[in-house]
Write a protein that binds this ligand. Sequence first.
Ligand code: CU
Length: 483
Amino acid sequence: MRNKISVLTIMMIVFAALWIQSCDTSNKKTKKDPTKIKVSGSMVAELTAPPLVPKPVGNREATKLIVNMEIIEKEGTMADGVSYMYWTFGGTVPGSFIRTRVGDEVEFHLKNHPDNKLPHNIDLHSVTGPGGGAASSFVAPGHEVVFSFKVLNEGLYVYHCATAPVGMHIANGMYGLILVEPEGGLPPVDKEYYIMQGDFYTKGANGERGLQPFDMTKAVKEQPDYVVFNGSVGALGGEKGINAKVGETVRLFVGNGGPNLVSSFHVIGEIFDKVYIEGGSAVNENIQTTLIPAGGSAIVDFKVEVPGNLVLVDHSIFRAFNKGALGILKVTGEEDKTLYSGKQYEEVYHPEGGTIQTMPEDSAAKPHPQAVTLEERIAEGKSIYASTCFACHQAEGGGIAKTFPPLAKSDYLNADVNRAIDIVLRGKTGEITVNGEKYNSVMTAQTLKDEEVANVLTYIYHSWGNSKKEVTPAMVSAIRNKK
Ligand SMILES: [Cu+2]
């Protein structure tokens, strides 16, 4: 009798254990060994230029996916008046977006255009194999190589050129993203975009005009002149910006090509609902800023609830406001005042404050010597420009697209000298149009003496194609005393 009971108990325990185990695996969604996934049929991969991505894989079976990638070396625009010789995968920086699923067998055709000067290759971080494909893909101008690989790990991966000097090939724009979706695809969203950060090193300083060659010394020192999204300053701004409607879910596939810098990726005015950390499977929630290593990525998902311009930045913030790492995601739709009120109230508040703030006065600063001739005024003004205006209006008065208006050949500046004096004395807010572009930002009032205002404006009027007016201290004091 006692024996029978114990046998029964043991059997019950065994059954219970088996049952618990079966529950456990059904929860985990049984994962196939990716090396064993069979492919059916074949198709040519859709490749897209940034900021667009190919359509999701959805429920499609693993297949033989043919990727046709062409390497093109071509001159492009880095910033207003600044051009650069880019080396590209597919004609854009970053290169064409490739979208695959786990188990796909990718047949990669890498073509080096006959007009190109150099050999190249490709290292895809999604490849399990020597050099990520680099060893088998070295291709001379006017040639095509073919290699294939099975996609084993899901995630968002960087690809890049790995031909010596590797740093130089990457610095010239040879990187892009390849997405490997899980079986059944990523959870669907309303809008998907492709963004990649990169740092660039030019012979001339930021804003210096003309075709700028690559600067190896600055690259080795890791001192970029430009840090940008999608290959150039303003590539994600204005008309070229990305958009969504209130209530939509947005997914950004964000990569960092480097070659050197790590990105503190942040969207001003949003919180990431989900971040696929480092482009892998682990999901973190409610994130303000996510770190994206050079040669790494992240997938960020968020829902947009209020209309307005969301500003994408590298939160290493001088890169954003001084080197170009700025982008705009435009959200349109109905306002919801319970979520965000907008400005509710404003009045002039004295003393001190208001929306225009005065720069703190540096009492220790030594006074500038009095200028007598026009040449002295210009020379004095140049040094004031470098210490006071340069940070925003930039070298050569080039400004920063959408943020700081240009002073070079500025129709706004040249139209009205008294207005220019007033702006330097009292600051400026509200929408203005300079050379056909709208700006709506804040310039702080500058704490400068009449003599200094006269000198800096005279310097600006005598530089960069402006109208060569001389501004005198008397003109400045007249505006200062006008209420
Ligand atoms: Cu290359």
